[in-house]
Design a protein around this ligand. Structure first.
Ligand code: MG
Length: 181
């Protein structure tokens, strides 16, 4: 039997892959901020950074990063067999496995995450736009969708948490008013 891969190794590798491909946590957090700012007046960049980190803790997301980035990497080096090499190299619009894989990683975070992913898939913003730009040298067929998936998950997660926080604060206010009264 092959040895089990320790979780820590997987996590480190996933963070390294993002870094190698030029994607920072800040880049992803900026997208989360843009997505959630209209809905929350108390939103800060720190909230967004924390949420991105929390999403990246999930093994399922880490695995998706490892698979997707690896395929981009191999395609850049012309190491895939045909016809997959050409499909990934050209970011063939009907391929869809890149979107499907990223979308799969989003489901755990509820409907806000799913609709945000759909939005980001269409309106590529920030680092996603940079990655999608086919003028560049690199191949990011999977990475742009992975980043959209991480940002969407972090947005969904944050939306629920901020609401919880708001309600807790309101309740506290009400309680103290009652005590004063
Ligand atoms: Mg893609």
């Amino acid at each position: 039997m092959r040895k089990k891969v320790p979780s820590k190794e997987v996590k480190i590798a996933a963070f390294e892959r993002l870094h190698e491909r030029g994607v920072t946590i800040e880049d992803i957090a900026k997208i989360v901020y843009e997505m959630q700012a209209p809905y929350s007046k108390n939103l800060t960049m720190d909230h967004c950074l924390e949420s991105v980190y929390k999403v990246l803790e999930k093994r399922e997301i880490q695995h998706a990063i490892l698979v997707g980035v690896e395929l981009d990497y191999l395609a850049e080096r012309n190491l895939l067999r045909e016809p997959l090499q050409s499909i990934i190299e050209s970011d063939e619009g009907l391929f869809g496995v890149d979107e499907t894989m990223a979308l799969g990683s989003v489901f755990g975070y509820g409907s806000i995450a799913v609709t945000t992913f759909g939005h980001l898939d269409k309106q590529k913003i920030g680092i996603i736009k940079k990655l999608d730009n086919k003028l560049g040298k690199g191949i990011h067929t999977f990475l742009d969708d992975l980043v959209a998936g991480i940002a969407a998950s972090a947005s969904g997660r944050l939306a629920h948490r901020l609401r919880d926080e708001e309600e807790a604060a309101e309740e506290e206010e009400l309680m103290s008013e009652e005590n004063v009264g």
